[in-house]
Design a protein around this ligand. Structure first.
Ligand code: MEV
Length: 321
């Protein structure tokens, strides 16, 4: 069997995080500037079923059977083999590298799972479809994150901007005008599962208040879908800010995120919000092209540990994928 490799992007949520767990819509886009790559190399001299795993970014280098049942990499490898109905594959090593910051709202976990599922299924001659890859990443997300919406694994496996709603057909986005974004990292790590769990507890304590917040966010997401479609950049920016305010009401922001949002707005961003689970991680700002360099400088001066530029290119056909 020849060596194979596969690579998947990170992701960013433009609108609708948290509410999407409660069946509202969300808009998410792949971030190709950061990626995970998995490389499979046959281990010729080894007996069938031998699998070596290395992931230097998280100091992992061992045999698969040394990884706990709940280890996300081990789980993704085992689940992939199970779905392929392969018990003892020809021996191989899998080497995983990623420059997607971990626990920062950029989908590093889902990107790793997608890379594992794709590379192993290709190595064994039965490459999975994007939907099968997304399903495996979704199962792995459940390990540490309880009840994920599925938006992260979907946008990463498909590699296209999506309008997502749990359990509904995925729609790609039509983009009337190219949008430029800066993603700025607070450097504060936050576990998605913990933030999602805390929202759930507070929703259970006050369902009326939280259902109202989720509905307000759903309206924003659908209005943003329309604004993006017609290339109304100003309205898209204003809706980002409104979404951020509702996430603050939901108590998932953080002073460092609020500071970056304020900095972005005072440096001529059209809109800004936290992205992902919150309590740290990344903020995303919508910016006119000529304002990109000064805004990046302002965000770094305000404490961002890293900035990434990304774009939503005009124009994607709106269709079912
Ligand atoms: C995490 O990237 C996005 C959340 O909405 C959780 C989820 O959708 O599963 C916070």
């Amino acid at each position: 069997m020849p060596a194979t490799s596969s690579s998947y992007p990170g992701k960013i949520i433009l609108f609708g995080e948290h509410a999407v767990v409660y069946h509202s819509h969300a808009i998410a886009i792949p971030v190709n500037q950061v990626r995970t790559t998995a490389v499979i190399t046959p281990l010729i001299q080894y007996p069938p079923g031998s699998i070596e795993v290395s992931a230097p970014d998280i100091n992992t280098k061992c045999r698969l059977n040394m990884l706990a049942e709940t280890d996300p990499i081990g789980y993704a490898v085992r689940l992939t083999l199970q779905k392929l109905h392969v018990d003892k594959p020809p021996a191989f090593s899998i080497h995983i590298t990623s420059n997607i910051p971990i626990a920062a709202g950029l989908g590093s976990g889902a990107s790793v799972s997608c890379s594992i599922a794709k590379s192993i299924s290709t190595y064994l001659g039965k490459p999975f479809s994007p939907v099968e890859i997304s399903d495996i990443a979704f199962e792995v997300e459940k390990l540490h994150h309880g009840i994920p919406s599925g938006v992260d694994n979907t946008v990463i496996a498909i590699g296209q901007p999506v309008l997502f709603q749990h359990g509904e057909e995925i729609q790609s986005l039509q983009v009337g005008e190219t949008l430029n974004f800066i993603i700025a990292d607070t450097g504060i790590k936050a576990q998605t599962g913990e933030v999602v769990g805390s929202v759930r507890l507070r929703w259970q304590a006050d369902p009326t208040r939280f259902d109202t917040l989720f509905q307000q966010i759903d309206h924003i997401v659908l209005a943003a879908r329309d604004a993006i479609r017609i290339g109304d950049v100003e309205t898209t920016g204003k809706l980002m800010l409104k979404n951020h305010q509702l996430l603050q009401d939901m108590e998932v922001s953080h002073p460092a995120l609020d500071r970056l949002v304020e900095t972005a707005m005072s440096a001529n961003a059209l809109g800004a919000k936290l992205s992902g689970a919150g309590w740290g991680g990344n903020m995303i700002a919508l910016v006119r092209e000529n304002a990109l360099p000064p805004l990046e400088n302002a965000l770094l001066q305000a404490g961002a540990v890293r900035v990434i530029r990304t774009r939503l290119e005009s124009s994607f056909e709106e269709s079912h994928v």
